[in-house]
Design a protein around this ligand. Sequence first.
Ligand SMILES: O=C[C@H](O)COP(=O)(O)O
Length: 249
Amino acid sequence: MARRKIIAGNWKMNKTPSEAVALVEELKPLVATEDADVVFCVPAIDIIPVVEACKGTNIQVGAENMYFEESGAYTGEISPAMLTDAGVKYVVLGHSERRDYFGETNEDVNKKVLKAFEHGITPIMCCGETLEQREQGVTMDFIRQQVKVGFQNVTADQAKTAVIAYEPIWAIGTGKTATTEQAEEVCAGIRACIAEIYDEATAEAIRIQYGGSVNAGNAAELFAQADIDGGLVGGASLKADFGKIVNYK
Ligand SMILES: O=C[C@H](O)COP(=O)(O)O
């Protein structure tokens, strides 16, 4: 079954609201395509102007994080209803930077994944190993745990619509991309894990991205792999290069 590619930019903590609108205007014509879903995951404060700037285009807007409660005394957090009301369709959850710098656990990520589905937001759940784990040969054990806990109590129908981003931590922002073989091996392993948790149909439907120093030069080879359904792109999503990544063929 041919899965539709999904190519998402993760802007991280970059671009003020006015800079964000200027970047959207620059990228709009470059990311036009019928062949893939294109998502700009932007800082919370940029969401409203970016949604506005993306109207009438093929670009969908995502958030970079979300809290797992509905509302209340959670100073500084953003609720799922705030995101949907603003026009958000996707949310990046459990990015390694959130796990590392803000102490997010697999259990937190699971609560967020469940809450996103409850609100009709598609989670892009990130997973990935450190260099040490890769060298110790425990990459797949570690990632299977992240996926299994992250998807606890998620139904098969929900999982079919989800996106998982495999991002080896050692390849993020380092210019050190995983080899095509390494990326495909882990993405295939994640798909096998989904088949174990659910069934073949769910594993066939779920979309798995690769992330970690994706650029205009390596996107085509990575995205041509059987189990890689697109990318989660950091640095290169802030440049005209993102257009080349989206139109990689
Ligand atoms: O979410 C995106 C990733 O962290 C990859 O970032 P990068 O493309 O700058 O390596």
